[in-house]
Design a protein around this ligand. Structure first.
Ligand code: C2E
Ligand code: MG
Ligand code: MG
Length: 412
Protein backbone atom coordinates (compact mmCIF):
# COMPACT_ATOMS: atom_id res chain seq x y z
CA UNK A 1 0.00 0.00 0.00
CA UNK A 2 1.39 3.38 -0.98
CA UNK A 3 1.51 6.11 1.69
CA UNK A 4 -0.02 9.11 -0.06
CA UNK A 5 1.08 11.42 2.75
CA UNK A 6 4.66 11.40 1.38
CA UNK A 7 3.62 12.10 -2.19
CA UNK A 8 3.08 15.06 -4.48
CA UNK A 9 0.11 15.44 -6.83
CA UNK A 10 -0.44 18.08 -9.48
CA UNK A 11 -3.81 19.20 -10.83
CA UNK A 12 -3.76 20.78 -14.31
CA UNK A 13 -7.10 22.40 -15.05
CA UNK A 14 -8.00 25.80 -16.45
CA UNK A 15 -11.33 26.21 -14.68
CA UNK A 16 -10.63 27.38 -11.14
CA UNK A 17 -13.89 25.87 -9.86
CA UNK A 18 -13.02 22.41 -11.17
CA UNK A 19 -9.42 22.78 -10.06
CA UNK A 20 -10.44 23.62 -6.49
CA UNK A 21 -12.81 20.68 -6.50
CA UNK A 22 -10.02 18.28 -7.49
CA UNK A 23 -7.53 19.79 -5.07
CA UNK A 24 -10.03 19.29 -2.26
CA UNK A 25 -10.63 15.67 -3.32
CA UNK A 26 -6.89 14.93 -3.31
CA UNK A 27 -6.43 16.63 0.06
CA UNK A 28 -9.30 14.54 1.42
CA UNK A 29 -7.44 11.48 0.18
CA UNK A 30 -4.44 12.68 2.28
CA UNK A 31 -1.93 13.49 -0.45
CA UNK A 32 1.14 15.14 1.16
CA UNK A 33 1.32 18.04 -1.29
CA UNK A 34 -1.18 19.10 -3.95
CA UNK A 35 0.09 21.54 -6.60
CA UNK A 36 -2.04 23.37 -9.18
CA UNK A 37 -1.51 24.63 -12.73
CA UNK A 38 -3.87 26.44 -15.09
CA UNK A 39 -2.47 24.92 -18.29
CA UNK A 40 0.25 22.68 -19.67
CA UNK A 41 2.95 25.32 -19.87
CA UNK A 42 2.55 26.15 -16.21
CA UNK A 43 2.48 22.44 -15.38
CA UNK A 44 5.81 21.89 -17.15
CA UNK A 45 7.34 24.78 -15.25
CA UNK A 46 6.22 23.28 -11.96
CA UNK A 47 7.44 19.83 -12.95
CA UNK A 48 10.81 21.26 -13.97
CA UNK A 49 11.25 22.51 -10.42
CA UNK A 50 10.41 19.18 -8.82
CA UNK A 51 13.53 17.25 -9.79
CA UNK A 52 14.37 15.98 -6.35
CA UNK A 53 10.84 15.03 -5.55
CA UNK A 54 9.13 13.51 -8.58
CA UNK A 55 5.41 14.01 -8.97
CA UNK A 56 3.52 10.85 -8.17
CA UNK A 57 0.26 11.81 -9.82
CA UNK A 58 -0.78 14.32 -12.46
CA UNK A 59 -4.48 14.82 -13.08
CA UNK A 60 -4.91 16.83 -16.26
CA UNK A 61 -7.83 18.24 -18.17
CA UNK A 62 -7.70 17.71 -21.95
CA UNK A 63 -9.28 20.91 -23.12
CA UNK A 64 -7.36 23.95 -21.94
CA UNK A 65 -6.21 27.17 -23.55
CA UNK A 66 -2.44 27.51 -23.86
CA UNK A 67 -0.97 24.03 -23.91
CA UNK A 68 -3.75 21.46 -23.99
CA UNK A 69 -3.74 18.16 -22.13
CA UNK A 70 -2.80 16.10 -25.17
CA UNK A 71 0.32 18.09 -25.80
CA UNK A 72 1.13 18.02 -22.10
CA UNK A 73 0.91 14.22 -22.07
CA UNK A 74 3.31 13.92 -24.98
CA UNK A 75 5.73 16.27 -23.26
CA UNK A 76 5.44 14.28 -20.03
CA UNK A 77 6.17 11.11 -21.94
CA UNK A 78 9.31 12.63 -23.48
CA UNK A 79 10.62 13.98 -20.22
CA UNK A 80 9.99 11.18 -17.68
CA UNK A 81 8.62 13.77 -15.35
CA UNK A 82 5.82 11.96 -13.59
CA UNK A 83 4.91 8.53 -12.31
CA UNK A 84 1.16 8.29 -12.91
CA UNK A 85 -1.34 10.25 -14.98
CA UNK A 86 -5.12 10.54 -14.96
CA UNK A 87 -6.82 12.43 -17.77
CA UNK A 88 -10.19 14.11 -17.29
CA UNK A 89 -12.56 15.77 -19.70
CA UNK A 90 -16.04 17.22 -19.96
CA UNK A 91 -15.98 16.55 -23.66
CA UNK A 92 -17.03 13.68 -25.87
CA UNK A 93 -15.88 10.37 -24.30
CA UNK A 94 -14.30 9.54 -27.67
CA UNK A 95 -11.71 12.19 -26.96
CA UNK A 96 -10.71 10.26 -23.86
CA UNK A 97 -10.39 7.10 -25.93
CA UNK A 98 -8.00 8.90 -28.24
CA UNK A 99 -5.93 9.95 -25.24
CA UNK A 100 -5.83 6.36 -24.03
CA UNK A 101 -4.61 5.09 -27.35
CA UNK A 102 -2.01 7.86 -27.51
CA UNK A 103 -0.56 6.78 -24.21
CA UNK A 104 -1.02 3.05 -24.77
CA UNK A 105 2.48 2.25 -25.97
CA UNK A 106 4.06 4.59 -23.55
CA UNK A 107 6.83 3.05 -21.52
CA UNK A 108 7.73 6.17 -19.58
CA UNK A 109 4.66 6.91 -17.58
CA UNK A 110 1.72 5.03 -16.25
CA UNK A 111 -1.60 6.29 -17.62
CA UNK A 112 -4.05 5.11 -14.98
CA UNK A 113 -7.05 5.97 -17.11
CA UNK A 114 -9.45 8.66 -18.12
CA UNK A 115 -12.46 10.04 -16.27
CA UNK A 116 -15.39 12.15 -17.42
CA UNK A 117 -16.23 15.25 -15.37
CA UNK A 118 -17.50 15.75 -12.73
CA UNK A 119 -14.98 13.59 -10.89
CA UNK A 120 -16.16 11.56 -7.92
CA UNK A 121 -13.93 10.50 -5.07
CA UNK A 122 -14.99 6.84 -5.40
CA UNK A 123 -13.85 6.69 -9.06
CA UNK A 124 -10.66 8.51 -8.28
CA UNK A 125 -9.71 6.18 -5.40
CA UNK A 126 -10.50 3.12 -7.50
CA UNK A 127 -8.21 4.37 -10.23
CA UNK A 128 -5.43 5.25 -7.78
CA UNK A 129 -5.25 1.61 -6.66
CA UNK A 130 -3.30 0.89 -9.86
CA UNK A 131 -0.83 3.72 -9.24
CA UNK A 132 2.81 2.68 -9.06
CA UNK A 133 6.12 4.18 -8.20
CA UNK A 134 8.36 4.71 -11.17
CA UNK A 135 10.77 1.93 -10.25
CA UNK A 136 8.00 -0.60 -10.55
CA UNK A 137 6.72 1.06 -13.72
CA UNK A 138 10.23 0.82 -15.11
CA UNK A 139 10.55 -2.79 -14.04
CA UNK A 140 7.31 -3.66 -15.72
CA UNK A 141 8.03 -1.96 -18.97
CA UNK A 142 11.80 -1.48 -19.13
CA UNK A 143 13.36 -2.59 -22.39
CA UNK A 144 14.60 -6.14 -22.15
CA UNK A 145 18.34 -6.67 -21.80
CA UNK A 146 18.46 -8.08 -25.30
CA UNK A 147 17.19 -4.74 -26.57
CA UNK A 148 20.41 -3.11 -25.38
CA UNK A 149 22.35 -6.01 -26.86
CA UNK A 150 20.51 -5.41 -30.14
CA UNK A 151 21.42 -1.74 -29.97
CA UNK A 152 25.08 -2.60 -29.41
CA UNK A 153 25.07 -4.92 -32.42
CA UNK A 154 23.38 -2.23 -34.52
CA UNK A 155 26.04 0.23 -33.43
CA UNK A 156 28.77 -2.18 -34.51
CA UNK A 157 26.97 -2.72 -37.81
CA UNK A 158 26.78 1.03 -38.49
CA UNK A 159 22.97 1.15 -38.42
CA UNK A 160 22.90 4.42 -36.45
CA UNK A 161 23.39 7.40 -38.72
CA UNK A 162 22.94 11.13 -38.33
CA UNK A 163 20.29 12.93 -40.35
CA UNK A 164 20.74 16.67 -40.75
CA UNK A 165 18.29 19.51 -40.26
CA UNK A 166 19.20 22.97 -41.59
CA UNK A 167 19.32 26.12 -39.45
CA UNK A 168 18.86 29.33 -41.45
CA UNK A 169 19.24 33.02 -40.65
CA UNK A 170 15.92 34.88 -40.34
CA UNK A 171 17.58 37.99 -41.80
CA UNK A 172 18.78 36.50 -45.11
CA UNK A 173 17.46 32.94 -45.35
CA UNK A 174 21.05 31.73 -45.71
CA UNK A 175 22.09 28.35 -44.29
CA UNK A 176 23.97 28.89 -41.03
CA UNK A 177 24.47 25.31 -39.96
CA UNK A 178 22.93 21.88 -39.53
CA UNK A 179 21.89 19.85 -36.50
CA UNK A 180 22.77 16.16 -36.50
CA UNK A 181 19.81 14.03 -35.35
CA UNK A 182 20.28 10.31 -34.80
CA UNK A 183 18.34 7.75 -36.82
CA UNK A 184 18.40 3.95 -36.67
CA UNK A 185 18.25 2.30 -40.08
CA UNK A 186 16.67 -0.84 -38.71
CA UNK A 187 16.84 -3.78 -41.12
CA UNK A 188 13.29 -4.94 -40.27
CA UNK A 189 11.50 -1.96 -38.77
CA UNK A 190 12.76 0.70 -41.17
CA UNK A 191 13.93 4.16 -40.17
CA UNK A 192 13.53 4.84 -36.43
CA UNK A 193 13.76 8.19 -34.61
CA UNK A 194 15.52 8.75 -31.28
CA UNK A 195 12.40 8.11 -29.19
CA UNK A 196 12.69 4.46 -30.26
CA UNK A 197 16.17 3.97 -28.81
CA UNK A 198 17.72 6.89 -26.89
CA UNK A 199 15.83 5.98 -23.71
CA UNK A 200 17.28 2.47 -23.78
CA UNK A 201 20.81 3.77 -24.19
CA UNK A 202 20.55 6.45 -21.52
CA UNK A 203 22.23 5.54 -18.28
CA UNK A 204 24.21 2.69 -19.87
CA UNK A 205 27.87 2.53 -20.91
CA UNK A 206 26.73 2.30 -24.54
CA UNK A 207 25.87 6.03 -24.54
CA UNK A 208 29.46 7.26 -24.84
CA UNK A 209 30.11 4.98 -27.82
CA UNK A 210 26.82 6.00 -29.42
CA UNK A 211 27.53 9.72 -29.07
CA UNK A 212 31.11 9.36 -30.32
CA UNK A 213 29.85 7.45 -33.34
CA UNK A 214 27.35 10.26 -34.17
CA UNK A 215 30.09 12.85 -33.65
CA UNK A 216 32.62 11.02 -35.81
CA UNK A 217 30.22 10.50 -38.71
CA UNK A 218 29.13 14.14 -38.51
CA UNK A 219 32.70 15.48 -38.36
CA UNK A 220 33.61 13.52 -41.46
CA UNK A 221 30.70 15.08 -43.34
CA UNK A 222 31.35 18.56 -41.95
CA UNK A 223 34.92 18.45 -43.30
CA UNK A 224 33.54 17.59 -46.72
CA UNK A 225 30.73 20.19 -46.66
CA UNK A 226 32.96 23.02 -45.45
CA UNK A 227 34.94 22.76 -48.70
CA UNK A 228 31.98 24.36 -50.48
CA UNK A 229 30.39 26.06 -47.43
CA UNK A 230 33.35 27.26 -45.33
CA UNK A 231 31.28 28.86 -42.55
CA UNK A 232 28.85 25.97 -42.05
CA UNK A 233 28.41 24.91 -38.41
CA UNK A 234 27.44 21.49 -37.04
CA UNK A 235 25.25 21.14 -33.95
CA UNK A 236 25.48 17.86 -32.03
CA UNK A 237 23.30 16.66 -29.16
CA UNK A 238 25.08 15.44 -26.05
CA UNK A 239 23.44 13.32 -23.38
CA UNK A 240 23.47 13.66 -19.61
CA UNK A 241 25.71 10.59 -19.38
CA UNK A 242 28.28 12.20 -21.66
CA UNK A 243 28.50 15.33 -19.57
CA UNK A 244 28.71 13.37 -16.32
CA UNK A 245 31.71 11.39 -17.57
CA UNK A 246 35.17 12.57 -16.59
CA UNK A 247 36.94 11.26 -19.70
CA UNK A 248 34.29 12.08 -22.29
CA UNK A 249 35.59 15.55 -23.18
CA UNK A 250 39.05 14.10 -23.85
CA UNK A 251 37.61 11.47 -26.17
CA UNK A 252 35.61 14.17 -27.92
CA UNK A 253 38.76 16.26 -28.33
CA UNK A 254 40.63 13.31 -29.86
CA UNK A 255 37.97 13.13 -32.57
CA UNK A 256 37.98 16.88 -33.15
CA UNK A 257 41.77 16.77 -33.62
CA UNK A 258 41.56 13.73 -35.90
CA UNK A 259 39.23 15.61 -38.28
CA UNK A 260 41.04 18.93 -37.77
CA UNK A 261 37.72 20.60 -37.04
CA UNK A 262 37.85 24.21 -35.83
CA UNK A 263 36.05 24.56 -32.47
CA UNK A 264 34.01 27.48 -33.85
CA UNK A 265 32.43 25.13 -36.40
CA UNK A 266 30.92 22.89 -33.71
CA UNK A 267 28.04 23.55 -31.33
CA UNK A 268 27.33 21.08 -28.51
CA UNK A 269 23.65 21.02 -27.56
CA UNK A 270 22.76 20.24 -23.98
CA UNK A 271 19.57 20.60 -21.99
CA UNK A 272 19.28 22.25 -18.67
CA UNK A 273 18.47 19.12 -16.69
CA UNK A 274 21.78 17.60 -17.80
CA UNK A 275 23.58 20.25 -15.81
CA UNK A 276 22.48 18.89 -12.46
CA UNK A 277 25.32 16.39 -12.29
CA UNK A 278 28.23 17.96 -10.42
CA UNK A 279 30.69 17.18 -13.24
CA UNK A 280 28.45 18.53 -16.00
CA UNK A 281 29.16 22.21 -15.48
CA UNK A 282 32.89 21.58 -15.29
CA UNK A 283 32.79 19.63 -18.56
CA UNK A 284 30.73 22.34 -20.17
CA UNK A 285 33.24 24.94 -19.02
CA UNK A 286 36.07 22.88 -20.52
CA UNK A 287 34.25 22.84 -23.86
CA UNK A 288 33.55 26.56 -23.60
CA UNK A 289 37.22 27.30 -22.85
CA UNK A 290 38.27 25.53 -26.03
CA UNK A 291 36.10 27.85 -28.11
CA UNK A 292 33.25 25.49 -29.02
CA UNK A 293 29.72 26.75 -29.39
CA UNK A 294 27.41 25.62 -26.58
CA UNK A 295 23.67 25.62 -27.04
CA UNK A 296 21.02 25.33 -24.37
CA UNK A 297 18.46 23.08 -26.05
CA UNK A 298 14.72 23.02 -25.29
CA UNK A 299 14.97 26.38 -23.53
CA UNK A 300 11.92 27.58 -21.62
CA UNK A 301 10.75 24.24 -20.26
CA UNK A 302 12.97 24.03 -17.21
CA UNK A 303 12.20 25.82 -14.02
CA UNK A 304 15.44 27.70 -13.67
CA UNK A 305 16.39 28.12 -17.34
CA UNK A 306 17.23 31.77 -16.99
CA UNK A 307 19.47 31.34 -13.99
CA UNK A 308 21.32 28.38 -15.49
CA UNK A 309 21.82 30.21 -18.75
CA UNK A 310 23.27 33.29 -17.12
CA UNK A 311 25.74 31.22 -15.09
CA UNK A 312 27.08 28.91 -17.80
CA UNK A 313 29.25 29.50 -20.86
CA UNK A 314 26.45 29.11 -23.42
CA UNK A 315 26.76 30.81 -26.80
CA UNK A 316 23.31 29.89 -28.10
CA UNK A 317 19.82 29.57 -26.72
CA UNK A 318 17.49 27.21 -28.50
CA UNK A 319 13.88 27.85 -27.71
CA UNK A 320 11.73 24.78 -27.39
CA UNK A 321 9.19 24.26 -30.10
CA UNK A 322 6.22 24.37 -27.74
CA UNK A 323 6.82 28.11 -27.43
CA UNK A 324 7.39 28.54 -31.15
CA UNK A 325 4.86 26.63 -33.19
CA UNK A 326 1.46 28.27 -32.88
CA UNK A 327 2.90 31.26 -30.99
CA UNK A 328 0.74 33.64 -32.99
CA UNK A 329 -2.53 32.26 -31.55
CA UNK A 330 -1.31 31.63 -28.03
CA UNK A 331 -0.54 34.71 -26.01
CA UNK A 332 0.99 32.84 -23.07
CA UNK A 333 3.45 30.99 -25.29
CA UNK A 334 4.31 34.18 -27.11
CA UNK A 335 5.08 35.82 -23.77
CA UNK A 336 7.63 33.12 -22.89
CA UNK A 337 9.07 33.24 -26.41
CA UNK A 338 9.45 36.98 -26.26
CA UNK A 339 11.05 37.06 -22.82
CA UNK A 340 13.42 34.22 -23.78
CA UNK A 341 14.57 36.16 -26.85
CA UNK A 342 15.01 39.27 -24.73
CA UNK A 343 17.10 37.25 -22.28
CA UNK A 344 19.24 35.88 -25.14
CA UNK A 345 19.85 39.37 -26.46
CA UNK A 346 20.82 40.79 -23.10
CA UNK A 347 23.29 37.94 -22.54
CA UNK A 348 24.71 38.38 -26.04
CA UNK A 349 24.04 34.80 -27.15
CA UNK A 350 22.48 33.86 -30.46
CA UNK A 351 18.90 32.69 -30.44
CA UNK A 352 17.44 29.76 -32.36
CA UNK A 353 13.75 28.88 -32.64
CA UNK A 354 12.96 25.19 -33.10
CA UNK A 355 9.67 24.04 -34.59
CA UNK A 356 9.12 26.75 -37.24
CA UNK A 357 6.42 24.92 -39.18
CA UNK A 358 4.32 27.65 -40.78
CA UNK A 359 4.64 31.11 -42.28
CA UNK A 360 2.88 32.45 -39.19
CA UNK A 361 5.53 30.88 -36.96
CA UNK A 362 8.27 32.40 -39.14
CA UNK A 363 6.70 35.87 -39.09
CA UNK A 364 5.96 36.00 -35.37
CA UNK A 365 9.33 34.67 -34.28
CA UNK A 366 11.22 36.89 -36.72
CA UNK A 367 9.28 39.96 -35.59
CA UNK A 368 10.30 39.21 -32.00
CA UNK A 369 13.95 39.42 -33.07
CA UNK A 370 15.13 35.78 -33.16
CA UNK A 371 18.35 35.12 -35.12
CA UNK A 372 18.03 31.58 -36.48
CA UNK A 373 15.14 29.39 -37.64
CA UNK A 374 14.90 25.60 -37.59
CA UNK A 375 11.81 23.57 -38.41
CA UNK A 376 9.74 21.78 -40.99
CA UNK A 377 8.98 25.00 -42.92
CA UNK A 378 12.68 25.17 -43.76
CA UNK A 379 13.31 21.42 -43.97
CA UNK A 380 12.80 18.16 -42.13
CA UNK A 381 15.93 16.28 -41.02
CA UNK A 382 17.41 14.60 -44.11
CA UNK A 383 20.05 12.01 -44.98
CA UNK A 384 23.56 13.42 -45.49
CA UNK A 385 23.49 12.61 -49.21
CA UNK A 386 20.57 14.99 -49.75
CA UNK A 387 22.00 18.09 -48.09
CA UNK A 388 23.93 19.66 -50.98
CA UNK A 389 21.02 19.13 -53.37
CA UNK A 390 18.65 20.65 -50.80
CA UNK A 391 20.91 23.72 -50.47
CA UNK A 392 20.94 24.25 -54.25
CA UNK A 393 17.22 23.63 -54.60
CA UNK A 394 16.06 25.87 -51.75
CA UNK A 395 18.34 28.92 -51.91
CA UNK A 396 15.85 31.07 -53.82
CA UNK A 397 12.86 29.99 -51.72
CA UNK A 398 14.62 30.83 -48.46
CA UNK A 399 15.96 34.14 -49.75
CA UNK A 400 12.40 35.09 -50.74
CA UNK A 401 11.08 33.93 -47.37
CA UNK A 402 13.50 36.25 -45.59
CA UNK A 403 12.88 39.16 -47.95
CA UNK A 404 9.10 39.14 -47.88
CA UNK A 405 7.15 41.57 -45.77
CA UNK A 406 5.40 40.10 -42.70
CA UNK A 407 2.26 38.26 -43.61
CA UNK A 408 2.98 38.06 -47.35
CA UNK A 409 3.48 34.69 -48.99
CA UNK A 410 7.01 33.90 -50.19
CA UNK A 411 7.71 32.83 -53.78
CA UNK A 412 7.43 29.10 -54.09
P1 C2E B 1 16.16 18.09 -30.13
O1 C2E B 1 17.65 18.12 -30.05
O2 C2E B 1 15.41 19.18 -29.45
O3 C2E B 1 15.83 18.05 -31.68
C1 C2E B 1 14.72 18.65 -32.28
C2 C2E B 1 13.66 17.63 -32.59
O4 C2E B 1 12.53 18.32 -33.16
C3 C2E B 1 14.06 16.61 -33.65
O5 C2E B 1 13.36 15.42 -33.34
C4 C2E B 1 13.52 17.21 -34.92
O6 C2E B 1 13.31 16.27 -35.94
C5 C2E B 1 12.23 17.78 -34.42
N1 C2E B 1 11.76 18.89 -35.25
C6 C2E B 1 12.49 19.74 -35.99
N2 C2E B 1 11.73 20.66 -36.59
C7 C2E B 1 10.45 20.39 -36.23
C8 C2E B 1 9.19 21.00 -36.53
O7 C2E B 1 9.07 21.98 -37.26
N3 C2E B 1 8.09 20.44 -35.97
C9 C2E B 1 8.18 19.35 -35.15
N4 C2E B 1 7.06 18.87 -34.65
N5 C2E B 1 9.35 18.76 -34.83
C10 C2E B 1 10.47 19.28 -35.37
P2 C2E B 1 14.08 14.02 -33.35
O8 C2E B 1 15.04 13.93 -34.48
O9 C2E B 1 13.02 13.00 -33.21
O10 C2E B 1 14.95 14.08 -32.03
C11 C2E B 1 14.34 14.11 -30.77
C12 C2E B 1 15.36 14.32 -29.69
O11 C2E B 1 16.23 13.21 -29.59
C13 C2E B 1 16.27 15.51 -29.94
O12 C2E B 1 15.60 16.69 -29.57
C14 C2E B 1 17.42 15.17 -29.03
O13 C2E B 1 17.14 15.54 -27.71
C15 C2E B 1 17.48 13.67 -29.11
N6 C2E B 1 18.56 13.27 -30.03
C16 C2E B 1 18.57 13.24 -31.37
N7 C2E B 1 19.78 12.83 -31.83
C17 C2E B 1 20.53 12.61 -30.74
C18 C2E B 1 21.89 12.19 -30.54
O14 C2E B 1 22.67 11.93 -31.48
N8 C2E B 1 22.34 12.07 -29.25
C19 C2E B 1 21.53 12.38 -28.19
N9 C2E B 1 22.05 12.25 -26.96
N10 C2E B 1 20.26 12.78 -28.34
C20 C2E B 1 19.77 12.90 -29.60
MG1 MG C 1 18.96 19.46 -30.24
MG1 MG D 1 15.19 20.88 -28.77
Amino acid sequence: MIDLGQLVALVVEDSSVQRNHLVTLLQDMHFGTVLEAGDGVEALRILGGQVNCPIFLVITDVDMPGMDGIELISRLAEGRLVENVIVISARDPRLLETVESLAADNTRMNLLGTLPKPIRISELSAMLKQAKHRESVAELKAPAIQELAEIERALEAGQFVPFFQPKVLFSTGLLKGVEALARWQHPQRGLLGPQAFIGSIEGTPVMARFTLSMVEQSLRLLTEWRRSMPTLTMSLNLSADDLADRSFVDRLMDLVRKYEAVPQSLIWEVTETMLMHPLALANLARLGLRGFGLSMDDFGIGYSSMQTLSRSPFTELKIDRIFVHGACERANRRAILSSSLEMGRSLGVSTVAEGIETMDDWNVVRSLGCDIAQGYLIAKPMPAAELLGWVRGNRARLRALAAQADGAKPDA
